[in-house]
Design a protein around this ligand. Structure first.
Ligand SMILES: [Ca+2]
Length: 522
């Protein structure tokens, strides 16, 4: 029998429950009775690599007796371009102090092998919210400022899933998944409602920006409407590839200042948490907090300028760290923290400019990993990932289980015993890691991960297109054009084993080519 089921059956015998809302109680009970997390093998065949969860799995709260809990609040903090080496929990050699992120790790479970759904903003966020590998549908490039909705109406999001479970669903921060531009205009029509954004993809409320923080025009969106029209000239300094800078000019709304955006978002998140606590409601909430930090432009507010001693980028990371601390503290202050699943992660690896500049300061933004943002190598998509949930997740634990952003959908679905295949069939590439999260002994057999059309990972083995170059047709590429790495021995992807292990290389290439042939592009 599934070990989770054994544990939960033991626990259910001793339930002492105050039922305020029968539906929510039923949901919670169902969640306790089914947390097995069977993988749905569609992205590739299941990995045979044993997963090893370090830490005190045996002391999981699920093993203790007590009363059933209502569904947890869920707060998902997504950093923008924070590297694997930019915080202490994943890089002890980091030159940037991140005490609040490190504290969060002490209060929760830290993943060392977590991956964003892609190595750039838009496809990563698409995969996170939908459970679809962006490669499957051809969402490979990051949107510029404007564009069609990336998430179709048929594709369900985490917000839809949670709304179906009775949650209030909120988003604050950077959307970057497009709006319906009506197919006529190149610019936003600020007099019209912004259709196809968060409010039309499962969220009850939205306050944020349309895409990257430096993408003009700059203005806040509240739900579907612009708060104020961009009418004032402004500029910011952009790093140029190959060195040097360029001043970018554009329009902003009178109420928008680049260095005030993140403090504004943080304040709204804290207020949302406190308001939720004040209403004393049984309705759980989901907050997707998509931070624009530390994506360029690096605009730390005055309180952080100069604080790191390593320049604007490091100062900006420290500001992000402070925001993580403020949100965590708001949950503690309200007492909501005990039954809140608080996730902190980053949408992709560090930006190339940040990586280059910080290296001069003896800081490796990607840590020990090869390359950075936009790369199929580990530096592009292996990200810090911390999960805190005091009632269910053991504090101060670590795991090397392999997870992908796309898996969050199935994990929550499993928590609520929602049937993924029938209720949310669009979440094709989502594989529950709920047992890993709950610290229940389990061989986490995540199927192969495919990244950027040109890389496939199964267990410790990873096959990547040589030189990280995009190919016109991956189905016609020979194994000789790929390199093979064993991440268990070679995390930095320095030793190509494709000639020593031709069968493994061929097997992975076959899997990759099969996936590419069978995918359905938008
Ligand atoms: Ca990003």
């Amino acid at each position: 029998m599934d070990p989770v089921l054994v544990l939960t059956q033991r626990r259910v015998k001793n339930l002492q429950i105050t039922v305020k809302k029968p539906l929510l109680f039923l949901t919670s009970l169902c969640a306790l009775l089914d947390a097995s997390g069977e993988p749905r093998a569609t992205e590739g065949s299941a990995s045979t690599s044993p997963r090893a969860t370090e830490g005190s799995a045996s002391t999981s709260p699920l093993t203790t007796e007590g009363s059933a809990s209502p569904p947890p609040n869920i707060v998902l903090i997504l950093a923008d371009d924070l590297g694997y080496g930019d915080c202490g929990v994943t890089n002890p050699e980091s030159k940037i102090k991140t005490p609040h992120i490190d504290q969060l790790a002490k209060e929760g479970l830290s993943f060392s092998d977590a991956h964003s759904a892609a190595s750039t903003c838009t496809p990563s966020r698409y995969g996170l919210l939908t459970g679809i590998n962006p490669v499957r549908t051809g969402v490979l490039n990051t949107l510029l400022a404007k564009g069609k909705p990336i998430i179709s109406e048929k594709e369900k999001t985490l917000a839809h899933l949670l709304k179906d479970q009775g949650y209030a669903t909120h988003m604050i921060g950077k959307w970057h998944l497009g709006f319906d531009m009506d197919g006529k205009k190149k610019d936003f029509d600020l007099d019209q409602a912004f259709i196809g954004g968060p409010i039309d993809r499962g969220f009850d409320s939205f306050f944020g920006i349309h895409s990257s923080p430096g993408a003009f025009p700059l203005f806040y969106l509240k739900d579907r409407k612009a708060v104020a029209k961009p009418s004032e000239k402004t500029s910011w300094v952009k790093m140029k590839i190959g060195g040097g800078t360029a001043t970018i000019h554009g329009l902003k709304s009178p109420d928008f200042e680049l260095d005030e955006a993140s403090p504004t978002f943080c304040q709204r998140a804290v207020e949302l948490i406190k308001n939720h606590a004040d209403t004393n409601t049984d309705q759980p909430f989901f907050l997707y907090y998509a931070s624009p930090i530390p994506h360029s432009p690096w605009v730390p507010s005055n309180a952080f300028k100069g604080k790191s001693g390593h320049g604007d980028y490091a100062d900006f990371v420290m500001q992000l760290d402070d925001i993580v601390g403020k949100i965590n503290q708001a949950l503690k202050d309200t007492g909501l923290d005990q039954n809140t699943l608080l996730i902190f992660t980053s949408d992709n690896g560090p930006g190339p400019h940040a990586t280059r500049l910080m290296a001069k300061k003896d800081h490796l933004s990607a840590g020990p990993l090869r390359e950075s943002k936009a790369s199929i190598y580990e530096g592009g998509h292996r990200v810090p990932f911390i999960a805190k949930w005091p009632e269910k997740v053991s504090a101060g634990t670590q795991t090397n289980a392999t997870i992908n952003f796309t898996d969050f959908f199935a994990t929550l679905a499993k928590l609520f015993k929602a049937d993924l295949a029938t209720t949310y069939p669009s979440a094709t590439d989502s594989h529950s890691f709920l047992p890993v999260l709950l610290g229940v002994p389990d061989d986490h057999l995540r199927p192969a991960m495919i990244n950027g059309s040109y890389s496939i990972r199964q267990g410790p083995w990873k096959l990547s297109s040589k030189g990280n170059k995009k190919r016109a047709d991956v189905t016609k590429i020979k194994t000789g054009q790929f390199e093979l790495h064993n991440l268990a021995d070679d995390l930095a992807e320095q030793h190509d084993l494709s000639e020593d292990q031709p069968k493994k290389a061929k097997q992975l290439l076959d899997q990759l080519q099969t996936f590419i042939k069978q995918r359905s592009l938008k």
